[in-house]
Design a protein around this ligand. Structure first.
Ligand SMILES: NC(=O)c1ccc[n+]([C@@H]2O[C@H](COP(=O)([O-])OP(=O)(O)OC[C@H]3O[C@@H](n4cnc5c(N)ncnc54)[C@H](O)[C@@H]3O)[C@@H](O)[C@H]2O)c1
Length: 377
């Protein structure tokens, strides 16, 4: 179903030079889509975008700021997209404390700018806006968040993602109402996922990149919040959810797709940072770590849980890789990268995607999940 949906489709991705965006570009290219990207340069060195030569997969590559409405509109017009995935953002909580105005500008006005560009297109398309599990008003160790829960945000990053949700809902109601699709043709949904891990992430202040950096410089890993519980998942899990949702939106005008969706891991993958560090160390071998918790550290939510009942029931989506598998594939990716840093990592991503698709097919007999078939071009 996904293959049929994206083959020869024009897909426009913002944030394609980033961690998740580069993986999404590779997957969509393998599914036969014609992908164009609009972003600032890769936020880190190294990056999956550079290491996997993602630029070669693109029809068009725009180096631009998401807040630059003129350039964004022109790029989108040139690509005439069937599908838009909006991932461009300042994605780090700690950075949002250091520079709240920048985070709010990129994440809030950037989302508005993207939606305005879609409005000016006057062309039918599917739009998936990527926000975060942090968009919810945190209920501490309460029930997992459902999509209808109140939005909130203690830190500026979380607030920016809640605001992006509100803006998307406002554009849907004001300009792209689901009951008037025949007139405007724009199908808009938002997606919320938790912490993702996988090869090719070198962001600051994230535990897996921190471990990988420590390993490559043979130093101990500084772990800021060892007891914080997070919903961990491999990057391919939410990306699969985004693709499934977009494929459903392409296939039918059913208004139920045009809403917010959680794509989180099962409860058993909600474990403390300490456990993830231990599992990673076991798999890799030689990483030492130190508890660097500090009472002076800026506030970060300690417990975030997502209910994925809606995605399971409506889309047939479910998590395919347990935490052990996600860590195993992630370690494998980075170890291969550091063994031969000059070699392209495209094949590592492609192998992970193919392995993930196999996991989906194997479990298909037991679920309503539509099949994923990849083909390399
Ligand atoms: N990685 C996670 O664990 C996680 C969890 C939940 C939500 N998210 C969301 O997923 C999306 C992608 O996250 P990521 O981890 O890949 O981040 P990333 O930092 O690796 O990538 C961010 C991308 O946005 C681009 N960008 C940043 N500022 C921009 C600007 N002003 N104009 C144009 N492009 C700009 C960067 O160039 C890059 O391509 C973000 O919206 C993030 O908030 C990520």
């Amino acid at each position: 179903m996904i293959t049929g949906s994206f083959k020869d489709r024009s897909v426009f991705i913002t944030g394609h030079t980033g961690f998740k965006g580069s993986w999404l570009t590779i997957w969509l290219h393998r599914l036969g889509a014609t992908v164009s990207g609009y972003s600032l340069p890769p936020p880190t060195t190294p990056s999956n975008f550079e290491a996997s030569f993602v630029r070669k997969l693109l029809l068009r590559h725009y180096d631009g700021d998401i807040r630059d409405c003129v350039q964004l509109h022109a790029a989108m017009r040139a690509c005439s997209p069937d599908v838009v995935f909006h991932l461009a953002a300042q994605p780090l909580v700690r950075q949002s404390y250091r520079d709240p105005l920048h985070t709010l500008g990129v994440n809030v006005m950037g989302t508005a700018s993207l939606l305005e560009a879609v409005r000016e297109l006057r062309h039918p398309c599917v739009v998936v806006v990527i926000t975060s599990d942090k968009c919810y008003e945190n209920n501490g160790p309460g029930e997992p968040h459902e999509e209808s829960d109140p939005l909130g945000g203690h830190d500026p990053y979380s607030a920016s993602k809640a605001a992006a949700e509100i803006i998307a809902a406002s554009y849907r109601q004001s300009f792209f109402p689901p009951d008037d699709l025949a007139r405007h043709g724009v199908k808009l949904a938002t997606v919320r996922a938790g912490n993702v891990i996988g090869g090719g992430d070198w962001a600051a202040d994230r535990i897996v990149p921190d471990m990988v950096r420590a390993l490559s410089s043979n130093t101990a890993v500084a772990v800021r919040n060892p007891s914080s519980v997070r919903p961990w998942q491999h990057v391919l899990e939410p990306l699969c959810g985004y693709l499934l949702l977009a494929s459903r939106m392409l296939a039918s005008d059913d208004p139920r797709w045009l809403s917010g969706w959680n794509f989180g891991p099962p409860a058993r993958a909600e474990v403390a940072v300490r456990e993830v560090v231990d599992l990673f160390c076991q798999r890799w071998g030689s990483v030492r770590w130190q508890d660097m918790s500090s009472v002076d550290a800026p506030y970060e939510d300690h417990m975030l849980r997502l209910s994925t009942q809606k995605a399971a029931k409506e889309l047939g989506w479910q998590s395919r890789w347990n935490l052990g598998k996600a860590i195993e594939r992630t370690c494998r990716w980075y170890q291969s990268f550091y063994a031969q840093p000059e070699r392209s990592t495209y094949e590592l991503c492609a192998e992970d995607i193919a392995d993930y698709e196999t996991s989906v097919s194997k479990k298909n007999g037991r679920s309503a999940h539509p099949p994923l078939h990849a083909h390399a071009r």
